[in-house]
Design a protein around this ligand. Sequence first.
Ligand SMILES: *Cc1c(COP(=O)(O)O)cnc(C)c1O
Length: 384
Amino acid sequence: MSYSIPFNKPYLTGKEAHYLYQAVLSGKISGDGIFTKKCHQFFEKNFGFKKVLLTTSCTDALELAALLLNIQPGDEVILPSYTFVSTANAFALRGAMLRFVDSRPDHPGMDEGKIEEVINEKTKAIVPVHYAGVATDMDMVNDLAAKYNLSVVEDAAQAIDAYYFGRNGKTPLGACGDIGCFSFHETKNIMAGEGGMISLNQEKYHGRAEILREKGTNRSSFFRGEVDKYSWVDIGSSFLPSDIIAAFLYAQIENLEDIQTKRKAIWNRYNSNLESLEKEGHFKRPFVPEFSSQNGHMFYIVTNSLEERTALVEFLKNKGIYSVFHYLSLHSAPYFIANHDGRSLDQSDRYTDCLLRLPLFYELELSQVDQITEVISNFFKGKS
Ligand SMILES: *Cc1c(COP(=O)(O)O)cnc(C)c1O
C-alpha cells in the first residue's frame, strides 16, 4: 500500500545545504562551533532562556538533566505514563524508581491533580511532558515542587515556540521549570534529523552542565580562556552535536516563524473542519487549556473505542492517508510492569487505545486537510 498523503514529511527550508557547506569550509565541524553558537544565541535571545546548550537529542538532554540533578538509585521520579520511552529511560538509567501519573481526562498531558498523592520522602523530581506542545499547568507543578523541595524537568520535546500563561505571564515551555529538554528530531516542528537542546533556568546548573556535556571536562572554560589546560573534573559523557547538525538546524530556526504560521494554519483547519463531527459525539478534538498556547506540533483525535480507531486507520489507509496512533502506557510496558505500584491509569490507557494522529507537516496543503476530514466524515456517516 502506498500512501498519497504521508503522516510526516521533513521540511527543508532551502538554506540547509548552504550552511552545511559553510560549516565544512570553516574547517571546524566538531561541537560548539560557529553554528552551535548562533543557535544558542537565537534561542536565548528570542525565547529568553537563561542558558541553552545544543545536545545530540532530547533523549540526551533528559539524560544530562538526570545527571545534573544527581538522581541516584532509591530516588523516585514522577512522570506521565503516556509519554515517549526517553522520558522514563533517562531516570531509569540512573537507577531511579519511576512513579507514573495518569493523563488528564481532557488532555493526554499529566493530570496535575494526581501528582501529590505519589510524592513521598524519596521523591526527587517531577517531569511533566508538554504533549502535542500543550502546556502542563506549571504553576501547579511548581507549587508542589516548592512545597516538597523537588526539581522540575520539562520534557518539552514537542514544545518549541509553545507558551504557558500563568502567574508570571507568558513563559515559553522549557523555561517554566528548572530544566527544559527539546527535540529536533525530524518529526518535530524544526529539525536537524537528530538533535536536541537543554535549557537551564537555574544559574546553579550552568557551569556543571557544560562539564557533564563535555565528557566531564572543563573544556568549555578552557576555550573561553578561563583555565590554561582542561582536566577531568566530574563525571560526564558526550552530549554535544557536531557543528554540522547545528548548521542544519540554523537554517530551520531562521524560518521558524514561517514554519509555525503554516503548521498552525493546518492545525486550525483540521480543528474547524472536525468541529461538527465532534459535536455529534464521534470523537474528541484536542483540548487546549486556557493556560496554554497551541504550537501546531500535532493534530489528533480521540475516538470512542479501540475498535473504532482501528477501523478508521484502515479506512484512511484505503484512501491513501497515513494516520498513526501514539504511545503505549509505560506503566504496563514489558520492562516496567513488575515495578508498577498497581494504580490503574485509565486515561493513559484510553489514549493508548483511542488517540489517532493525523498528517501534519509544512507541505501539507489545506485542500489535503479538507480531503482528509472529508474521508473521516464519510467514515462516521457510514459512506464509502
Ligand atoms: C521526540 C520526543 C522525545 C525524544 O526526542 P529525541 O530527540 O528523538 O531523543 C522525548 N520525549 C518526547 C515527549 C518526544 O516527543
